[in-house]
Design a protein around this ligand. Structure first.
Ligand SMILES: [Zn+2]
Length: 90
């Protein structure tokens, strides 16, 4: 299943509470379970959540809409390591 936000498809269930949040490969165990979506985002040249700006790439949709402080305010949006421990402290 999928949902479409601003013309971009996202998986349901999404790896995080905000379906627009997607971390780069190797950063987050939840997002690494969605390799096809990570590939789609790379092909679309959209930055992953929390990535630094890159020439020619569009910003992460979640960051553009809400900003990182708002995203990481929700524990369900934070990246997690292989043990499920969050990698962002608040
Ligand atoms: Zn993630």
């Amino acid at each position: 299943m999928k949902t479409t936000i601003d013309g971009i498809d996202y998986p349901i269930p999404a790896p995080h509470c905000d379906p627009q949040v997607l971390h780069a490969p190797g950063v987050c165990r939840y997002c690494d379970a969605y390799p096809k979506w990570q590939t789609k985002r790379t092909v679309a040249k959209m930055l992953f959540t929390g990535e630094l700006p890159r020439e020619g790439w569009q910003p992460c949709a979640a960051e553009k809409a809400r900003g990182m402080d708002s995203i990481n305010a929700g524990p369900g949006n934070r990246p997690a390591d292989s043990k499920g421990d969050t990698l962002v402290e608040r």
